[in-house]
Write a protein that binds this ligand. Structure first.
Ligand SMILES: O=P(O)(O)OC[C@H]1O[C@](O)(CO)[C@@H](O)[C@@H]1O
Ligand SMILES: [Fe+2]
Length: 192
């Protein structure tokens, strides 16, 4: 008899060096999967002429979706920029809005950018050893501002769902760019 993943105890390996697992395939997001998400659309189009770099990868182990189950895995955002905007995840709300998520930074540097529908926002720094709590109701996006892969481990209620709605059309209120050689959180020029 087979059971859905999460019905029985199990364990999975994730490397502390590169965040990767040898027991499950990762999901990969390339530059071409991020159309319209970077503020500098021209820089993105120009980069795509030369190739389609891998921006980030993460694991979805397929734990059964239920109120009492937890989805978990690593997320690895590679270093780089589109124009002056750092590589980042798409970012999402949870479909079940009032569900939180925890990210634990294993390696690299960056921010967890969060905002809610009331307009509150914060960029919480990621450094190795730091755990970031994303409360329910907050859209969240990981951004790598360093020179090494940004590796985090996440856990959230497995039936929470990913809701991209307003992020795919408007983006976040803020973007993270390089200014004078250092990361800066500035207004998104395309956010209305
Ligand atoms: O499309 P997005 O916003 O990157 O969503 C997928 C993300 O969801 C997670 O699996 C956990 O919420 C992240 O690790 C991953 O980046
Ligand atoms: Fe999430």
């Amino acid at each position: 008899m087979t059971h859905a993943l999460g019905t029985n105890p199990f364990s999975v390996y994730f490397s502390l060096n590169n965040g990767l697992s040898d027991t499950a395939p990762s999901l990969k997001r390339h530059l071409s999967n991020m159309k319209g998400m970077y503020a500098d659309g021209k820089a993105q189009a120009a980069m795509l002429e030369g190739g389609d770099p891998l921006l980030y990868e993460f694991y979805d182990l397929g734990v059964k979706e239920s109120e009492g189950s937890l989805a978990f895995g690593t997320s690895i955002v590679y270093p780089g920029k589109v124009g002056d905007e750092y590589y980042m995840t798409k970012g999402h709300y949870h479909t079940i809005r009032d569900t939180a998520e925890v990210y634990y930074c294993i390696g690299g540097r960056g921010f967890m950018l969060m905002e809610n529908e009331a307009g509150d926002w914060i960029g919480e720094p990621f450094t190795p050893g730091k755990a970031v709590y994303v409360p329910g109701g907050y859209a969240h996006r990981s951004i790598n501002t360093g020179t090494e892969p940004l590796i985090t481990f996440y856990v959230f209620r497995s039936d929470a769902g990913h809701d991209y709605g307003s992020i795919e059309t408007k983006g976040f209120r803020k973007i993270v760019v390089e200014r004078d050689g250092a990361p800066a959180i500035i207004d998104n020029p395309h956010w209305t």
